[in-house]
Design a protein around this ligand. Structure first.
Ligand SMILES: [Zn+2]
Length: 320
């Protein structure tokens, strides 16, 4: 695939470009570990990602962006209720959305009835039109995004794509200030407006089972893309995402995990917390239920090894 200089400049701040940079410097072993890690049972495996069942009627697509396949790049998911099915994210290319729609039909017998975008970045939104058209049986799902996300997709995601804009034209606008719900029948998805990764993010949340699709507010195991981020808002958003019960978090990028994230004690400075929480690694927190979950780099000696926290001893009984 060739990318013109103009396209590169337009895309160089996106999460896709960020992943390309990270991929260039990440060790091959770490990339392989990412591709192979999973927590659910894999129901479909592709060069661009794995579709994992994480609960009855809930699947997470965990993309493997370092495999040189740009079909999806971002993570996404499916939440199926009795009356409706929500597909999460539009992905990097239309083929990614079309693939997820087809998998939805394989798994549930129905095409997606709703599509939600967590934020505007191209790897989450550019393939949106793939949910529409003949390739998916003439399907016409209801697209949901905030007004700001819709504006940003049109303004910033290049090259422009009339089919993407057409798919967004009749989108149901989500509140940018108050949580709303999507009732799928037996599953009510809470859509919570947030910000911090971009000017307008949303998380998609289920209560029982406790599952959070966090978009790029969470990056698991990889340094996040800060190009649009406001660190103080991002830290607040991540803090608010934490639940005091076992919860599966599906990050926007990197493998999902099932951590016990606690509302933990704070031993780091506020500035340090901001940094740590924005790339919270829930799998570490899951092994440290009593530990402050923002500070996830304890050393074998039981001392936190991050620079700002260096020397602080972990609570007794907590192993690194
Ligand atoms: Zn993003």
């Amino acid at each position: 695939m060739t990318v013109s200089r103009r396209e590169f400049i337009a895309q160089s701040g996106s999460c896709a470009a960020h992943l390309a940079l990270v991929g260039a410097v990440w060790p091959a072993a770490a990339q392989r570990m990412w591709s192979e890690s999973n927590r659910g049972s894999i129901v479909a495996r592709e060069p661009f990602g794995n579709l994992e069942k994480i609960s009855d009627g809930v699947w997470a697509l965990i993309s493997t962006p370092f495999n040189n396949d740009r079909t999806t790049l971002s993570n996404g998911g499916i939440i199926a209720g009795r009356n409706g099915i929500l597909a999460i994210e539009g992905f990097n290319q239309q083929a990614g959305a079309t693939w997820l729609a087809a998998k939805t039909r394989d798994l549930t017998g129905k095409w997606p009835t709703h599509v939600a975008l967590t934020h505007y970045h191209g790897d989450h939104a550019n393939g949106l039109a793939g949910y529409f058209g003949l390739a998916v049986g003439g399907n016409k799902p209801i697209v949901r995004s905030t007004q700001r996300t819709r504006e940003l997709v049109v303004e910033r995601n290049k090259p422009a794509d009339p089919s993407r804009e057409s798919a967004l034209k009749d989108a149901v606008v989500l509140s940018g200030s108050e949580p709303t719900t999507i009732d799928l029948g037996g599953k009510v998805v809470r859509v919570v407006p947030r910000s911090g990764h971009t000017d307008s993010d949303v998380s998609l949340e289920l209560e029982d089972p406790s599952i959070v699709f966090a978009g790029d507010l969470l990056w698991n195991g990889i340094f996040p893309n800060y190009v649009d981020a406001v660190p103080t808002k991002l830290a607040t958003a991540v803090r608010e995402l934490r639940r005091a019960k076992d919860t599966t978090y599906s990050p926007g990028t990197a493998p999902s995990r099932a951590p016990r994230i606690t509302t933990a004690t704070s031993q780091c400075s506020a500035r340090s917390r901001t940094r740590h929480e924005s790339h919270m690694r829930p799998e570490r927190a899951s092994r440290m239920p009593a530990l402050h979950s923002h500070c996830l780099r304890p050393s074998a000696s039981g001392r936190c090894s991050t620079r700002r926290c260096l020397g602080r001893r972990l609570p007794r009984g907590i192993k690194s």
